[in-house]
Design a binder for this molecule. Structure first.
Ligand code: ADP
Ligand code: ASP
Ligand code: MG
Length: 417
């Protein structure tokens, strides 16, 4: 008998009909002799609606109370789903994060799972029940309800799979797997049969929302193979797993985009030790997460220009802070742009191949798309561009790297070993 952890996303449980059809799928697997743990998201749109409601109530909703409110979305689906299963003649039990022993740190809105008490779930499994766990929520060591960040139900599922030593972890969503890019942006996107944890981690952190970043981190750390599948078809989907030699041969496996960031530039910063600290420490103290940072020399001798990106939601606050700091340290002026996007090219094969950057820059140049910032890692190159060109950039990059083709037929990148 195998233990299977499945997670169904918001579109898969959007209404009673879909909840019933997911319940049928789960019951089939149970009938086949498996122990089933099912993690559910809130119905599509419910979490957004709850956030809007909170902002109607208060301009700056209290973080603790906001998490109490957001956690209700998942309670609706686990209750409805368990009713459906019971009506089909099977035993089910819904469990909130608290009841399922999901313990987190104290960071409301983006809490991290620190421990899972497995006994409550395993006891219910022993009783032959289908265990239905609310995704996205846990509780801290003082008993407060916490949430794991948008898209966090994936993390609940993978963490549970790791803690319970499940035989399979399956993430059901509204697309048939992980694609070379967002299939809703480019129809030529190709579904990947397999992808390494590392590439998936990079894709998730660069904007591909198909898996929550921390779910991939858990998968990698505890070696949980993750299947990403559609809840509407029987396609086998994509396996997220350990890297192997075959994967290294593929230079570029995906293109991602993110419209979540804004750029801030401080000009003519005195080029002396300690300036970066003076600029970024107050920003960090405010809890603002700085992503890309680029420092270049200024036209004024002894001065440097520093550009960086922050979440769009923190743009105004960061601009005001940067203005203040800029005066204090005797820098030039501050300017920014909230209408930017980041497009990234990702692939573990970049470690052993050169020429990826030039193909990327050429493809963007041909479309007259200006690059504002560039950053690289071992397996990724990102460019900041004007937001209005995002979809176009994704498509031209996908074409330039010929991602619609099976990579084993070869692509036009120079290979240096
Ligand atoms: P769920 O509600 O099931 O968690 P999400 O909306 O969080 O679903 O994630 C699925 C969506 O991720 C897809 O509808 C798709 O638009 C988007 N997506 C972005 N990049 C990719 C990618 N590379 N492969 C597959 N889906 C992607
Ligand atoms: N309901 C939460 C959200 O919309 C968590 C999730 O769906 O994974 O972000
Ligand atoms: Mg999701």
């Amino acid at each position: 008998m195998a233990l299977v952890v499945q997670k169904y996303g918001g579109t898969s449980v959007a209404d009673v009909e879909r909840i019933r059809s997911v319940a049928r799928r789960v019951v089939e697997r149970k009938k086949a002799g498996n122990d089933m743990v099912v993690v559910l998201s809130a119905r599509a749109g419910d979490t957004d609606r709850l956030i809007a409601l909170a902002h109607e109530m208060s301009p700056h909703p209290d973080p603790r109370e906001l998490d109490v409110l957001l956690a209700t979305g998942e309670q609706i689906t686990i209750a409805l789903f368990s009713m459906a299963v019971k009506d089909m003649g099977f035993e089910a039990v819904s469990m909130t994060g608290y009841q399922a022993g999901i313990i987190t740190d104290h960071q409301y809105g983006h809490a991290r799972i620190s421990w899972i008490e497995t006994l409550p779930v395993t006891e219910k499994l022993k009783e032959g029940k289908i265990v239905v766990v609310a995704g996205f929520q846990g509780y801290d060591d003082e008993g407060n309800i916490t949430t794991l960040g948008r898209g966090g139900s994936d993390t609940t599922a993978v963490a549970l799979a790791a803690a319970l030593k499940a035989d399979a972890c399956e993430i059901y969503t509204d697309v048939e797997g992980v694609y070379t890019t967002d299939p809703n942006v480019y129809a030529k996107a190709r579904k990947l049969r397999r992808i390494s944890y590392e590439e998936m981690l990079e894709m998730a952190s660069m904007g591909a929302k198909v898996l929550h970043i921390r779910s991939v981190e858990f998968g990698m750390k505890y070696n949980v193979p993750i299947w990403v599948r559609s809840s509407f078809t029987d396609d086998p989907g994509t396996l997220v797993t350990q890297e192997d030699a075959e994967m290294e041969k593929v230079v570029v496996s995906g293109i991602t985009y993110s419209k979540k960031e804004a750029r801030v530039t401080v000009t003519d910063v005195p080029d002396v030790p300690g300036m970066a600290f003076k600029l970024f420490d107050p920003i960090a103290q405010e809890g603002i997460n700085v992503d890309m940072i680029i420092q270049g020399s200024s036209a004024v001798p002894g001065r440097a220009n520093i550009s960086f990106t922050v979440p769009k939601a923190d743009y105004e606050k960061t601009m005001a802070l940067a203005e203040k700091i800029s005066k204090e340290i005797g820098a030039g002026y501050v300017h920014g742009n909230p209408n930017i996007a980041k497009v990234s090219v990702i692939g573990v094969g970049m470690r052993s191949h050169t020429g990826v950057a030039s193909v990327m820059f050429h493809a963007l140049a041909k479309e007259n798309i200006n690059i504002h910032m560039i950053s690289t890692s071992e397996i990724k190159i990102s460019c900041v561009i004007d937001e209005k060109y995002t979809e176009l950039a994704v498509r031209v990059l996908h074409d330039a790297f010929e991602l619609h083709k099976d990579p084993h037929n070869g692509i036009k990148i120079h290979e240096d070993r």
